[in-house]
Design a protein around this ligand. Structure first.
Ligand SMILES: Cc1ncc(COP(=O)(O)O)c(C=O)c1O
Length: 462
């Protein structure tokens, strides 16, 4: 790659030329052997791998290459992680600088941590600038739970059906426990953690006479639940701004503004878990920015370090002192490589005008998906903002019966056609790298549409 390309925002184009490039059947022979060798020992892999056991050895920009030399268009960003492209030169360089200079200094301040703190404070809304750093999403969520208790002096939490917040015990207490085959967490929801229904505009529990979702009824239910179903000690609502694992399900526009009012009325903190949706994926630093709501607590992960494990938990500066009670120090949180990755990622979002790209190509995605919805009998709904997208497959548009078998098949077929992406239940989920332009966005959607068409034929739809 020439030096001038590395420095320009087009650094990823050279490696994308000619994709998808498939030179063996997929998964190919080397993948098959490597997967078999690995799974002799490694157990409990995700559905993503089980349904398409390919082995990767390289990623560049919007592409991933498997061990047989097949090159795929990436529509998953790892798993919502490498949002600025695989191995972004600026980010890789920043990490390797510190990998050679200072890898760990516990929670002492380092020059790169100082810069990251200033940068984060400059992009976050309101007074969200009391920060702690961790190394995966679920530990940041655990910290947020501790912070909510420390700030409020209360101990109950309300989350929502189909939300996901991680796999440690506090996070599991706020999350959907049944995840396809994974249902053996057991009775681990801690005392004082509750779940309530969350508005899904396509499948409203409460709707207005015109059939559209009735947000006020959800809020009324929550208020009643706070009064009748808790002991009056609710520390926080714990919610994803948009449900990622749940199927790219966005709430109606009036939901978070109304929920924030309810929270303020009962002095309940609003904790916004942006681990999946934050840092530009929906076209804003925080997805809640779309609705003009500033949360009391927010967590970041995934895209935050573009693949390097670094996460953050942030609260309002007025509550910063309470964080003294929940010590931030951990073995890896805020190490210099992690800070460098996060700082470089934020700088790339600014320097390459990523938010603008996400908003404009995001509109293209939505237009294309709406067209597909009209043309395909099994597409019940399409949803998304920016580059966080979903296509909901149903057996019948009237009954809206989820079409899980079709989702699985579409996932496998599209992968075989050269699209590396995320498996579905009945909702196809897409999270392409945010650097992608319309040409490659269209290429990915073409592959998905072809796969849907084939599946419709197989199931006897016209
Ligand atoms: C909203 C949300 N919070 C927390 C997590 C947990 O993050 P991690 O897998 O890094 O522990 C996830 C992971 O998918 C997530 O989607």
């Amino acid at each position: 790659m020439s030096n001038s390309i590395i420095k320009s925002k087009d650094w990823w184009r050279e490696s994308a030329a000619g994709i998808p490039r498939l030179i063996t059947e997929t998964p190919g022979p080397k993948s098959k052997v490597m997967h078999a060798n690995t799974t002799k020992y490694m157990k409990g892999l995700s559905g993503q791998v089980k349904l398409f056991p390919v082995c990767f050895e390289e990623g560049s920009g919007i592409t991933m290459t498997d061990v047989d030399g097949n090159k795929y268009l990436d529509f998953s960003s790892g798993i919502y992680v490498t949002s600025l492209g695989h191995c972004h030169p600026k980010i890789s360089e920043a990490i390797s600088y510190w990998a050679k200079k200072l890898m760990n200094a516990h929670d002492f301040t380092t020059p790169v941590k100082e810069k990251l703190m200033e940068k984060m404070a400059s992009i976050l809304p309101g007074k969200l600038n009391a920060i702690q750093l961790y190394s995966d999403g679920t530990t940041a969520v655990e910290a947020a739970i501790r912070a909510a208790r420390a700030i409020s002096g209360k101990h109950e939490f309300i989350s929502a059906y189909r939300d996901f917040h991680g796999k440690t015990l506090g996070s599991v207490s706020c999350a959907q426990m049944y995840r396809g085959e994974v249902q053996s967490y057991g009775p681990t929801r801690a005392a004082g953690f509750y779940m309530v229904p969350r508005p899904d505009p396509y499948r409203p529990l409460w709707s207005k006479p015109d059939g559209t979702i009735d947000t006020d009824e959800y809020i009324r239910f929550y208020e009643n639940f706070i009064i009748e179903g808790t002991v009056g000690n609710v520390a926080a609502f714990v919610l994803e701004p948009v449900q990622g694992w749940g199927g790219s399900i966005f709430p109606p526009d009036d939901f978070f503004p109304k929920l924030k009012k309810l929270c303020d009325k009962y002095k309940i903190l609003l904790y916004d878990d942006e681990v999946l949706a934050g840092m530009g994926r929906t076209g804003e630093w925080l997805t809640l920015n779309h609705w003009g709501v500033v949360p009391d607590i927010v967590t970041f992960g995934k895209s935050f370090g573009n693949g390097f494990p670094v996460t953050a938990m942030v609260v309002n500066e007025e509550n910063g002192e309470a964080l003294e009670k929940i010590s931030a120090s951990s073995s890896y949180g805020g190490n210099p490589m992690a800070c460098a990755a996060a700082l470089a990622s934020i700088e790339v979002i600014e320097e390459e005008d990523i938010l603008q790209n996400v908003n404009s190509v995001g509109k293209f995605f939505m237009k294309r998906m709406l067209k597909m919805k009209k043309q395909h009998p099994i597409i019940g709904d399409v949803k998304g903002k920016g580059f966080l997208l979903g296509i909901e497959l149903v057996k019948d548009k009237k009954t809206k019966e989820p079409f899980v078998e079709a989702g699985t098949l579409v996932y496998q077929k599209a992968f075989r056609k050269g699209l590396a992406w995320i498996p579905a239940g009945h909702i196809l989920r897409m999270s392409p790298p945010l650097i992608m332009d319309e040409k490659y966005a269209a290429m990915g959607m073409d592959i998905i549409e072809d796969a849907i068409t084939e599946v419709e034929k197989e199931f006897g739809y016209k």
